[in-house]
Design a binder for this molecule. Structure first.
Ligand code: NAD
Length: 488
């Protein structure tokens, strides 16, 4: 198991404070991973700066070939990476195999997209001139990522950043550094310094944010951390990409087939133990189908198998850490005190070790409860009754978050209304949480200020330069002198 960082094309052991990485299913220590010292952060940024010029000048096709190589390496190492992701993050093995596949797809997508164009020609003002809009790399990117999809969210930054010609310093979450460090091997063919992997917690992340050598901070994580990073970067006029948390609404209309909508709802709420940034976190179900929806959801939830995430038959694994579970349990307790009723789950599923929380259905919730108004990030489905689609849309839009939203309906008029009116970066109809490499992903309002994936995801890592060129190189009539009798 690799615990060394990857700096300037070589393995380097961290000399900062060690991080203890634990298996969320057993609470056992998996590894002690030394963090980067402040000097090593400096070395990493220096290596990325040193590699920047040659990397941006490399033909895009050659950069693309190297990115295809990363995708091939990921595919060849799927099983071992999925194991490692499961052991350090607690997500079921089957979901982690998917994560590695999606990670490879993102590298493949940007390997190709990066060589399609690098700007455009715009109409010039006069005959004999040429005007270009050139797209250039921004420079050195600090990529700071969370633990819930360690490799996928890394790829959504790293692949487009590299394809656009930037060099990168990556910092994984202190909960899940091992799968990222394992990827060093995939970058061995890159020129030294183009990709650097450093370990550590908030202090290492912040050292990258404030470092004078980083030009752009690409961050995925909580709103609170995003606000702090945003403020630090604003002082320095440094570019930021903030992909933050949400509180996604899931609307169920009264025209749907509950046979399909209910399993879809359960999956959207409990996937990765509800620790997906676009997890369905509050359900608004129309009155005519509310009772049946709840009955079926309780039944579906009771059938799910909570347990060892390495076992093939496990549907829901543990949460990543004690502190994350404690936050969800606090929200549940507050909701119960406020009159909410727990109809399924609500406990630790009989596990004494491991950070398990049983998939949970809660009703009689109101929008003032924390469970309905702030990110839960756990396997909980709070379900509210609504009298109309208007009410569902208004309640969905009432929060300051706008990451994703789900709607189950087959009526065209409902689709058109929700599509236009829901304030969310992604709106899924009848197929929750499906991402598409070509489809921009990100949040509105406090959920973020950028988009990953798609053409927008590449654009986010490019600087724009307008080049105005006059092939005639002639004297212009509007230059000095202005009036008659000038220096001529
Ligand atoms: P977090 O904000 O605690 O940490 C994210 C990363 O930032 C970690 O690597 C952490 O070490 C680092 N960090 C912490 N403080 C820092 C600081 N002051 N300066 C620089 N770096 C710092 O988030 P988390 O608990 O790891 O992740 C869960 C959160 O991420 C949830 O809120 C979730 O919604 C969000 N998320 C968003 C998306 C998205 O695409 N919008 C995707 C996944 C997760």
């Amino acid at each position: 198991m690799r615990t060394a960082m990857w700096l300037a094309g070589a393995e380097v052991g961290g000399t900062g404070a060690p991080l203890t990485v634990r298996n969320p299913a057993t609470e056992e220590t998996l590894a002690e991973v030394p963090s980067a010292s402040p000097e090593q952060v400096d070395t990493a940024v220096g290596a990325a700066s040193g590699a920047a010029h040659a990397w941006r000048r490399l033909p895009a096709g050659e950069r693309g070939e190297l990115l295809h190589g990363v995708a091939a390496w990921l595919e060849a190492h799927t099983a071992e990476l999925a194991q490692l992701l499961t052991r350090e993050g607690g997500k079921p093995y089957v979901e982690n195999r998917d994560e590695v596949g999606w990670t490879a797809n993102a590298f493949t997508y940007y390997a190709e997209l990066g060589r399609h164009e690098r700007g455009r020609v715009i109409p010039s003002l006069e005959e004999g001139q040429l005007s270009l809009v050139l797209k250039e790399p921004v420079g050195v990117v600090a990529a700071i990522v969370p633990w819930n999809y360690p490799l996928l969210l890394l790829a959504w930054k790293l692949a487009p950043a590299l394809a656009a010609g930037n060099t990168v310093v990556v910092k994984p979450s202190p909960y899940t550094p091992l799968s990222t460090l394992a990827m060093a091997e995939a970058f061995a063919r890159f020129p030294p310094g183009v990709v650097n992997l450093v370990t550590g917690g908030a202090e290492v992340g912040e050292a990258l944010v404030v470092h004078g050598g980083t030009d752009l901070v690409a961050f995925t994580g909580s709103v609170a951390t995003g606000q702090r990073i945003g403020a630090l970067c604003a002082e320095r006029v440094k570019r930021t990409h903030l992909e933050l948390g949400g509180k996604d609404a899931f609307i169920v209309c009264d025209d749907v087939d509950l046979e399909v909508a209910v399993p879809g709802a359960a999956w959207a709420a409990y996937l990765n133990a509800g620790q997906v940034c676009t997890s369905a976190e509050r359900f608004y179900v129309l009155e005519p189908v509310f009772d049946e929806f709840v009955d079926r959801l309780v039944e579906e939830t009771g059938r799910l198998r909570l347990g060892d995430p390495l076992a093939e038959t496990t549907d829901v694994g543990p949460m990543v850490a004690e502190v994350q579970r404690a936050k969800v349990e606090r929200q549940l307790a507050e909701a119960r005190r406020g009159g909410a009723r727990v109809l399924a789950g609500g406990d630790r599923g009989g596990f004494e070790r491991g950070w398990f929380l049983a998939p949970t259905v809660v009703v009689e919730v109101d929008d003032g409860m924390e469970l309905m108004s702030t990110e839960t990030f756990g396997p909980v489905a709070p379900v509210a009754r609504v009298g109309s689609l208007d009410e569902a849309i208004a309640r969905a839009n009432a929060l300051p978050y706008g990451l994703g939203a789900n709607v189950y309906t087959t009526r065209l008029d409902n689709v058109l209304r929700c599509m236009e009116e829901l304030q969310a970066g992604t709106v899924w109809f009848n197929d929750p949480l499906t991402d598409n490499d070509a489809g921009p992903f990100g949040g509105m309002k406090m959920s973020g200020n950028t988009r990953e994936l798609g053409v927008e995801g590449l654009e986010a890592f490019r600087e724009t330069k307008h080049v105005h060129l006059d092939g005639r190189a002639n004297r212009k009539p509007w230059w000095y002198p202005y009036g008659p009798g000038g220096y001529q």
